[in-house]
Design a protein around this ligand. Structure first.
Ligand code: GLN
Length: 564
């Protein structure tokens, strides 16, 4: 076959090793977290590691998928809208993810069909094997290129019709890469309360299913709520053809997901992988992870932050955000309880549910449902000196609230909510562009009009502002995902009334951060700081916000609202 080895050679010196991660029995076993955790250990052993997620659905990317169904859309530095597992990857390893690290069946077909339309197949019949599988392999190579180890996670569960082309592609790569490829299979080992025993049968079946498509697992990660005895591990090993030590128990993490690298290392998973792939590596050093876990489990304070949004019931919808909030407490060992408040509930029942919370956060969002509830929550925070952090939509809502209730522009709104508002303080750039066309409103690297502004963009901070002090630098890069912007025609009115515009795009044309200096801690940012927060380094805005929540709880913030 023509493609054999051509793929292998492309990975630099041919030295990239591939670890394919599949899942069996049920979904949601934590494949992404397990892969990221193994990657984290390998990184501490001095290897250059990357990860990629292959999603079997037909959407070309997750950008259009509802957070209710699929959880958060994670945005990379280069502006790709990706699966939330990439967020885990960036929180666990130092390698930055980009658009090559996540692709879907839809993207693969899109590429192949585009090529077919161009006539690239010279009249040949275009088929799943080899054309689709070749395209999958090409994309895997692209993601893996230049690294010592690439962990390739296949979404879905073995046995799904959708994932078959992916599994066929990685089977072929297993043959082509030989000793430089291995397969790690994550399965469920349920504990049956009535029988008081764990059951290995689903694992046996799932490994058998994998074998029937030509893939032999090298490592079994058995997800179980209790420890798996030596006997049970021996049984799984026997039935699945892997050595007993390669049956690893993936226990539910006791304290936090950041414990998983430690738990996997204790069972020698990294050694097994390094030996199997014949890699040279140093000793593992998990001290930074131990430090994170220690800070999370031995806390000295506790605060409650209200998260006022639309998708609060879906735990994955704000994944990066809830992680970043937790990271925000690490520096001062603050345990953060997140009170999820549905903004529509505020509209119906008033702001009673916010009574006694130490801080309020309104996250990113789209559409009018629940918007007024968010505005009401922000008003409550502003008028009662409760620390407030508004992210993207949460910043836009804060601008609307301020315009209405402080500047007296009663009808103020975002044109996303009310296109006919007489005071469009937030709108599409094309809507508020100066009619004369003379005003230069185009930002360095943003799109005009209906296109999303996506990915990392630079922002200049105002020295001495809350943001300037927290970041401790003049220029930052943060990630965006939105269409609407602060309307420059209202800059003067808002500033005159006490709002500080403390962050701007590099050419000064777009407002990126707003603050209320008369309030002890009130900040809204047009970007998403949660995407760049990591457990090791935290993020200045989240640390500042959670520490302000603690001060608020301890009564250290002024109770009197300063007049604006
Ligand atoms: N809906 C708003 C916009 O498109 C905010 C988007 C967001 O919060 N990510 O501008």
């Amino acid at each position: 076959m023509v493609f054999q080895n051509a793929f292998k050679r492309k990975t630099g010196s041919g030295m990239t090793s591939l670890i394919f991660v599949t899942g069996g029995v049920v979904s949601s076993l934590g494949k992404g977290l397990s892969a990221a955790s193994l990657a984290a250990i390998l990184e501490t052993r001095g290897l250059k590691v990357t990860l990629a997620k292959l999603d079997p659905y037909i959407n070309v990317d997750p950008g259009t998928m509802s957070p209710f169904q699929h959880g958060e859309v994670y945005v990379t530095e280069d502006g790709a809208e990706t699966d939330l597992d990439l967020g885990h990857y960036e929180r666990f390893i130092g390698t930055r993810m980009s658009q090559v690290n996540n692709f879907t069946t839809g993207r693969i077909y899109n590429n192949v069909i585009a090529r077919e339309r161009r006539g690239d197949y010279l009249g040949g019949t275009v088929q799943v094997i080899p054309h689709i599988t070749d395209e999958i392999k090409r994309n895997i190579v692209k993601a893996a290129e230049g690294y010592d180890v690439a962990l390739i996670e296949i979404g879905g569960t073995v046995g799904d019709i959708e994932s078959l082309p992916f599994l066929e592609a990685i089977r072929q790569m297993g043959v082509e890469y030989g000793k430089q490829a291995m397969f790690m299979h994550l399965t469920l080992v349920p504990y049956l309360k009535a029988a008081k025993e764990i059951k290995t049968k689903p694992t046996q079946h799932s490994v058998k299913e994998l074998r029937s498509i030509g893939i032999a697992a090298d490592v079994i990660l058995a997800r179980c709520e209790r420890d798996i005895s030596e006997d049970e591990r021996a049984k799984i090993a026997l039935f699945t053809n892997v050595p007993k030590e390669a049956v690893i128990t993936a226990l539910d993490a006791r304290e936090s997901i950041y414990e998983i690298p430690i738990l996997l290392h204790e069972q020698g998973l990294d050694d097994i992988v390094i030996k199997r792939l014949g890699l040279e590596a140093g000793e593992a050093d998990l001290s930074r992870w131990e430090e994170v876990v220690d800070r999370l489990s031995n806390t000295r304070h506790e605060v409650t932050v209200a998260l006022v949004g639309k998708y609060v019931e879906h735990s994955d919808a704000y994944k990066s955000l809830t992680e970043a909030i937790t990271h925000g407490g690490l520096r001062q060992r603050i345990a953060v309880n997140i009170l999820r408040v549905e903004s529509e509930q505020i509209e119906q029942e008033g702001i009673g549910s916010l009574d006694g919370v130490d801080a309020i956060l309104v996250p990113g969002g789209f559409g009018e449902r629940g918007f007024e509830g968010k505005v009401a929550a922000i008003r409550y925070a502003r008028e009662n000196n409760v620390p407030y952090l508004g992210i993207c939509f949460g910043m836009q809502a804060a601008v609307v609230e301020f315009a209405r209730n402080v500047c007296g522009l009663e009808d103020a709104n975002s044109t996303e909510i009310n296109p006919d508002t007489s005071a469009p303080v937030i709108g599409l750039i094309t809507e508020w562009l100066d009619a004369s066309g003379n005003v230069e409103t185009r930002s360095e690297d943003s799109d005009l009009g209906g296109t999303m502004r996506l990915g990392g963009q630079r922002c200049r901070l105002r020295p001495g502002s809350l943001a300037g002090n927290l970041y401790g630098k003049d220029i930052i890069t943060e990630r965006h995902r939105h269409r609407y912007e602060f309307n420059n025609h209202y800059r003067d009115t808002l500033q005159r009334n006490g709002m500080l515009l403390s962050g701007h795009s590099m050419d000064e044309t777009l407002v990126e951060i707003v603050e209320i200096p008369a309030h002890p801690w009130f900040l809204g940012c047009q970007f998403h700081p949660e995407f760049t927060s990591t457990p090791r380094d935290g993020h200045p805005l989240f640390s500042g916000f959670i520490e302000a929540a603690l001060k608020s709880k301890q009564g250290e913030l002024p109770a009197e609202v300063a007049s604006l």
